[in-house]
Design a protein around this ligand. Structure first.
Ligand SMILES: C[S@@+](CC[C@H](N)C(=O)[O-])C[C@H]1O[C@@H](n2cnc3c(N)ncnc32)[C@H](O)[C@@H]1O
Length: 243
């Protein structure tokens, strides 16, 4: 049996052998999002208690680019970020690996199916990039950051949002309980349990924060900063393409 075959076709993602890696991860992540796409928005709002909406707005604020700027929203999913960006007069293009997620997108922005690690965009072709809740889904984070360094023009901005586990012990305990137990239960009732059990586990893919920021600097970004949102339940990383 190949490493990408799911022996449990009733599950969106098979975690029997631990978190998938490399090419198997890309296949598994794409299939998982294809599967959960029809109810992705609803489950997202419920499981984050609508905080995801506030976090995307804070991310768009942090991008701090003028109206008319050309923005790539990478791992655009169902278009939530594109709508926020459009509302601010920016010109987003949404890109995502999953046809299912793009099919359920609600946005007027152009949408492209592609891998964020190999963007069909000219060097220095855009003014900025947003990316929401996807860093841990990429197979190679440093290749992703290098691709951002290539496509963002000098002076351009990036604002990357992802989930996080709070550092404060009590908050961390509550967070682990909520995302480890409650979220898979809600996900199981409304969508797919295996996908929403993957969510807390997938945080383990992320390198330590200092290493992530250093990798971004090495990819050509200056002023790189990481901000914790809502007690550390989410993290926002920003930077400016060095000139
Ligand atoms: C948790 S969803 C986030 C969607 C959206 N950004 C949001 O804010 O709700 C993660 C998205 O990353 C996409 N994704 C994962 N790996 C990708 C890759 N290599 N290239 C492009 N998109 C990818 C998935 O298809 C999925 O739509």
């Amino acid at each position: 049996m190949s490493s990408t075959t799911n022996p449990h076709p009733d599950r969106a993602i098979n975690l029997d052998g631990g978190l998938p890696q490399g090419a198997a991860k890309a296949v598994a992540v794409r299939k998982m999002f294809d599967t959960i796409s029809p109810r992705y928005d609803m489950v997202n709002r419920i499981m984050t208690l609508r905080l995801d909406v506030r976090w995307r707005r804070q991310t768009a604020d942090a991008l701090a680019l003028p109206a008319g700027s050309r923005i790539l929203d990478l791992a655009a999913g169902t278009g939530d970020f594109c709508r926020v960006l459009e509302g601010r007069g920016l010109r987003p293009i949404g890109m995502d690996l999953s046809f299912g997620m793009l099919h359920h997108a609600r946005t007027n922005a152009p949408l492209v199916q592609c891998d964020a690690l190999r963007l069909p965009i000219a060097t220095a072709g855009v003014d900025g990039v947003t990316c929401g809740f996807a860093l841990r889904n990429f197979v190679d984070l440093s290749a992703f950051f290098n691709e951002l360094g290539r496509v963002v023009q000098p002076g351009g901005r990036i604002a990357l949002l992802d989930a996080c586990a709070p550092e404060q012990p009590l908050l961390r305990f509550g967070h682990t309980l909520y995302f480890g137990r409650v979220v898979p239960l809600i996900g199981g009732l409304l969508s797919d349990r295996s996908a929403y059990a993957y969510l807390p586990k997938s945080l383990a893919y992320l390198p330590p924060p200092a290493e992530m920021l250093e990798t971004l600097r090495a990819a050509g970004f200056s002023g790189v900063q990481r901000r914790l949102l809502t007690g550390g339940a989410a993290q926002l990383i920003v930077g400016t393409r060095a000139t």
